[in-house]
Structures are given as C-alpha cells and as structure tokens.
Design a protein around this ligand. Structure first.
Ligand SMILES: Cc1cc2nc3c(=O)[nH]c(=O)nc-3n(C[C@H](O)[C@H](O)[C@H](O)COP(=O)(O)OP(=O)(O)OC[C@H]3O[C@@H](n4cnc5c(N)ncnc54)[C@H](O)[C@@H]3O)c2cc1C
Length: 320
C-alpha cells in the first residue's frame, strides 16, 4: 500500500498569504483535496510539492449569492451545496445538474467548484503511479495514448501532441452559462480558462488562485441543461458530457471529455440558430457538433463520436 510522502502543510489565513507561499515555489494549493492528494499519494507528477497550502482555512470563500446582475459562487463552495441549492437548480440548471452528476456524495461533500475546474487530466498514462510515463503533458516527448489504449481520448485532435481530455463535469456548464472566473489577479472568461499552450492545464499563473465563479443572470425564458454519459451510473468520470443553454433560438453548447479543454460546439450552435428545438433540429445540431471529430488511428475511440453527437442532441432537447 502506497503512503503519501511528507510535505509541509500550511493553513492560509488570506488569499494573499496563500499566493505568496505559491510564489516561493514548489507548493500547491488544496481545497477539498479529492484530486490533489491522490496525485501526491501516487506520485504521478515529476515534481512533488514540498508545501501544501490549505485554502479552507481562509474565511468567506464558501457562498452562493445572487445580486441584481449575477450569481456569485465562492471558489470553495462544495459541489453538493451547489447541486442542492434551489436557486441554482431553477435558474442555473446546467450547473446544478453537473455538480449533482459529479463523483459520489462523499466526494461532492469535500470537492469544491474551484478544485473541479482546476483538476488534472485522468489520462491513464498521465496518472500511472511513480510518473512511469513522462508524457508530453508532463514535459516529456510523446503522448503514449497515440499508440496505446486511447479508447477514452480526444476526438478533436491534440494540443502539443497531447490527446488527453479534460475530465471536469462542471467546466462545460460554466462555458454554456457564459461564466467568468475571478482570481487573485484578474477576471477570466470561462471559455478562456483552460490553456492551449500547456495541454490540459489552466491559464492560471503559478501564484494565482481562483476566488469566485460568476454567472450572468439568465434572461427570462432561457433554459439550460447538462447531460453526462459515463460507463457507470455513479462514481465515474464522463466519457462525454454536454451542457447547453438556450434563449430565443440562440444556444451555447459545450462538450467535455472530448478534447484537451472544454469544447464549445459552435457548429452545433450555428445549426440550431433561429430554429425550434425538435427531434430533427437537435439531431442535426448533434451531427454538426461532430462533423470535424476524428477517431485516433485504430478507431478505438470512434464510439465517442456517436456519443458526443447524442449528448448534444439530448442536451438541446432537455432545454426545449
Ligand atoms: C473517485 C473519484 C471520482 C471522481 N469523479 C469525478 C466525476 O465524475 N466528475 C468530475 O468532474 N470530477 C470527478 N472527480 C475529480 C475531483 O476530485 C472532484 O470533482 C473535485 O471537484 C475536485 O475538487 P477539490 O476541491 O477536492 O480539489 P483539490 O483536490 O483540492 O484540487 C484539485 C486541483 O485544483 C487546484 N486548486 C484547488 N482549488 C484551487 C483554487 N481555488 N485556485 C487554484 N487552484 C486550485 C489544486 O491545486 C489541484 O491541482 C473524482 C475524483 C475521485 C477521487
């Protein structure tokens, strides 16, 4: 049984203090710890953090409040609180459903929204204990999924040769609901939060901390939904998920687990524009979403293309 290596644990009192510890180097922030501690225990990364900065000791980072223009969710708000919140369920439905479909009740009670959108990829080569595959995502030379077992990998190509996918369930809901992410330094559109330069990571600087997620108040008559396909009904990462929001013939549609970052299905948005959502128009939007999708050589992940198409169709129908 693998035990976790030693590290220094610091309870941060403020966001500034946490950021300054990060600036000193070789440190990681911890929210619920449901992802970070696993990566440390299994030593999947080339650099083991010497210091872990606990953000839970910082007051006032856990809240759900709506003001005149937006819904604000504190970075450390737990997924279970988001899933159960009546306001979120009624007006920001895609987010509530995404939070509800994440992991297990225990993990949702620990896991936070910020941790969910910052979590690392679940690619099994990346995640193998003791950094056995020093892949491109870790600064190595190759993506082992290209010739290996890639049945869960990207159907929309690689970023810097990495075919791993973003595994977050809440991320596509943020993009579909046009959210913004407030950090210790700036405000970032959710759509731009996942970096393209370093595959699978976020645009956060090494000393930058997510503090709040902001959602514009949905206009009257708008609807949103989240649909997830996983092998198991519970405790399972998405094979493909999809969030959509619709208002007056305009849709924002985002798939995840199909590419290095959440994939905005703009071709599907165009396809459904101005149309009533019905079986045939939703089907056509699903087909448009995957028009540029390609299976990896060997076709092991080809099945995901059909699933992505169906997820888009079902997410749209759920908004009708
Ligand atoms: C068995 C199991 C099943 C799971 N199933 C799913 C699933 O179905 N869907 C899904 O989406 N996820 C799943 N997860 C992944 C994930 O652990 C949870 O979704 C959770 O939301 C992560 O949040 P956390 O607060 O525990 O993150 P942590 O583990 O605390 O942090 C995760 C990462 O984010 C960084 N981070 C945390 N907070 C901040 C912040 N405020 N600012 C900047 N960086 C930050 C950390 O440094 C770390 O790199 C699963 C995990 C497990 C162990």
């Amino acid at each position: 049984m693998k035990t976790i290596k030693k590290f220094t644990h610091i309870d941060a009192k403020t966001v500034d203090q946490a950021a300054s510890i990060l600036r000193a180097g070789n440190a990681a922030v911890l929210s619920g710890g449901t992802d970070l501690l696993g990566t440390m225990r299994f030593e999947i990364l080339p650099n083991y953090p010497e210091v872990v900065v606990n953000l839970k000791s910082i007051p006032d980072l856990e809240y759900i409040k709506e003001d005149a223009s937006m819904l604000r969710i504190g970075a450390l708000t737990r997924l279970e609180d988001i899933a159960k919140n009546d306001l979120v369920k009624t007006r920001y439905t895609a987010l509530a459903e995404a939070a509800h479909r994440t992991a297990t009740p225990h993990i949702r009670e620990m896991g936070t929204l910020a941790g969910n959108i910052c979590q690392m990829t679940r690619c099994w080569y990346f995640r193998l204990p003791d950094n056995r595959f020093n892949c491109v995502r870790k600064g190595g030379k190759q993506c082992y999924a290209v010739r290996g077992d890639n049945r869960y990998h990207s159907i929309f190509g690689a970023v810097k040769s990495c075919f791993a996918v973003n595994p977050s369930d809440t991320a596509p809901a943020l993009v579909a609901l046009n959210a913004k992410i407030r950090t210790s330094k700036r405000l970032i559109e959710a759509e731009n939060f996942w970096d393209m330069a370093v595959p699978g990571s976020t645009v956060l600087d090494a000393d930058e901390i997510v503090t709040e997620i902001q959602f514009p108040k949905p206009a009257a008559g708008s609807k949103s939904a989240f649909i997830k396909f996983a092998i198991r009904k519970s405790i399972d990462f998405p094979i493909v998920n999809c969030a959509a929001s619709v208002l007056d013939g305009n849709a924002r549609i985002c798939l995840n687990a199909v590419y290095n970052k959440p994939y905005r299905a703009t071709a599907a948005e165009e396809s459904i524009k101005g149309k009533t959502i019905r079986e045939d128009s939703a089907e056509a939007a699903g087909a448009a979403a995957v028009e540029s999708a390609r299976a990896l050589p060997g076709d092991k992940n080809k099945w995901k293309i059909q699933i992505a198409k169906t997820m888009v169709k079902r997410a749209l129908l759920a908004c009708s």
